[in-house]
Write a protein that binds this ligand. Structure first.
Ligand SMILES: Cc1cc2nc3c(=O)[nH]c(=O)nc-3n(C[C@H](O)[C@H](O)[C@H](O)COP(=O)(O)OP(=O)(O)OC[C@H]3O[C@@H](n4cnc5c(N)ncnc54)[C@H](O)[C@@H]3O)c2cc1C
Length: 415
């Protein structure tokens, strides 16, 4: 069983396969809501394209009978749904998709320091923040609790919380993250998400129960009382007597200097360096590999160039832990890594580049300026009209393909 309190995420395809082999759809369905349930820990691999959704389902289908009604496929579909919305709405997912149904407006535009320092005095929140910083991962329920507390009790705008969590997660993915925060806030759902201490006690991990259980704190109330708090303007603030616990790791707009050997476009200007030109000796085609598509290389002879578009990371910076994780993988699956403003990248004459769309604001325009852009690979069809709810999306998917097996047979970039 995957231990979500101390996950070890090796950035390799082998590790993704190991996690897939350990995954049992029946056990997943029975236990996924519990923090010590049999969840996969596949999100960093899916978010960064180390493994694709199609590969996951194909591997699982070899050992298990799977259909659209399986809980695991349903959860996979949530990811595809968020990416469907992103593909149709783009940067609009960074703003309220609809007016909030609950609570004050405007809200705080910055995360309070007591939350960032894990000293709210609510154990479920402080433990989640600590885990986020140390592991770069949180179970879905812990993400929901944290987001709900930030938005509904502390009166912070979901965008501030989403940007902060995104930066610290190894799997930080704008469509899944920002739309989930909006789902909790009620700007992308019909009902805001609230939780209480009983809910935490029900799903907290047995082994580490004491660290989560939050009896006697502000969340130890009935749902009517919590809804009144969520409607009110006042921030409930930290619990009395809560004190400093951890320093927040810095969020960095660029990788630490020693994380990787990169060709830096800022140093070479728009003209690429000798090291860069040497990579291209006699090659006419290059695949640009960005951080969301770091798949295994299947043709060792073709040229693969890793690319990091720094201006996009100034807006949504990452933790050092994530930079190192991404760069370790990017170096392993490419012939070289270029960082800087991709708008200034000039490929040698006669060389053509291809890549696929990235789910990160700012990337696609820059990638398009230098390469032919394919749609991002997906398993499920991408309805033409934006589906505003998961239910309408999943209905549209199920209407357009008779079975999961048909989906596996479709071509990789079918839209
Ligand atoms: C506030 C908030 C922020 C989130 N931010 C992210 C994020 O940045 N990146 C991210 O990948 N997911 C995000 N999620 C969704 C979900 O929490 C994670 O995908 C999941 O917890 C990852 O753990 P796992 O791989 O063990 O999931 P499992 O339960 O094993 O699920 C397998 C895969 O299915 C997909 N999945 C499962 N549940 C969801 C869900 N609710 N929404 C979307 N996809 C899902 C993921 O790709 C996941 O890896 C967020 C959820 C919330 C409530």
């Amino acid at each position: 069983m995957f231990d979500s309190t101390a996950p070890d995420f090796d950035p390799t395809f082998t590790e993704a396969l190991r996690r897939l082999a350990a995954l049992h759809p029946g056990e997943y369905a029975r236990t996924r809501n519990a923090l010590d349930g049999a969840v996969s820990g596949l999100s960093p691999y899916l978010a960064h394209g180390i493994v694709s959704m199609r590969q996951c389902v194909a591997h699982l289908a070899q050992r298990h009978r799977l259909g659209f009604d399986d809980k695991l496929i349903f959860e996979f579909a949530w990811r595809e749904f968020f990416h469907h919305v992103w593909s149709r709405e783009g940067d609009a997912v960074l703003r309220d998709m609809r007016p909030a149904a609950l609570g004050p407006s405007p809200r705080a535009s910055a995360m309070p320091s007591d939350i960032r320092e894990a000293r709210t005095g609510v154990p479920a929140i402080d433990t989640a923040v600590r885990l986020l910083y140390t592991t770069g991962y949180l179970h879905n329920h812990a993400r929901m609790w944290l987001a709900s507390y930030v938005v509904h009790l502390r009166k912070v705008h979901w965008r501030a919380g989403a940007d902060w969590m995104f930066g610290h997660l190894l799997d930080g993915d704008v469509p899944s993250n920002h739309l989930s925060w909006q789902w909790v806030a009620g700007t992308f759902s019909s009902k805001p998400y609230l939780f209480n201490a009983d809910n935490v006690a029900r799903y907290a991990p047995k082994r580490d129960f004491k660290a989560w259980v939050s009896k006697g704190t502000v969340i130890d109330q009935g749902y009517d009382a919590l809804e009144r708090i969520a409607q009110a303007h006042a921030d409930v603030g930290p619990e009395a007597g809560a004190h400093a616990a951890v320093a927040e790791p810095a969020l960095l707009p660029e990788p630490p200097q020693d994380a990787a050997t990169c060709i830096d476009l800022r140093a070479t200007g728009s003209v690429a360096s000798d090291a860069f030109s040497r990579l291209f000796a006699n090659r006419r085609a290059v695949e640009l590999v960005h951080p969301w598509q770091m798949s295994e290389r299947d043709e060792p002879s073709s040229l693969r160039l890793g690319v990091i578009h720094l201006p996009a990371h100034a807006e949504l910076p990452w933790s050092e832990q994530r930079w190192r994780w991404v760069l370790q993988r990017l170096q392993a699956v490419t012939d070289g890594v270029v960082i800087g403003d991709l708008g200034t990248l000039r490929l040698p004459p006669g060389v053509s580049a291809t890549t696929c769309a990235a789910p990160m604001p700012g990337y696609d325009a820059a990638l398009r300026s230098v390469a032919t852009l394919q749609p991002a690979p997906r398993l499920m069809p991408n309805p033409e009209q934006t589906c505003r709810s998961f239910t309408s999306y999943y209905q549209a998917v199920r209407k357009s393909v008779p079975s999961l097996q048909h989906l596996l047979n479709r071509s990789l970039f079918d839209d």
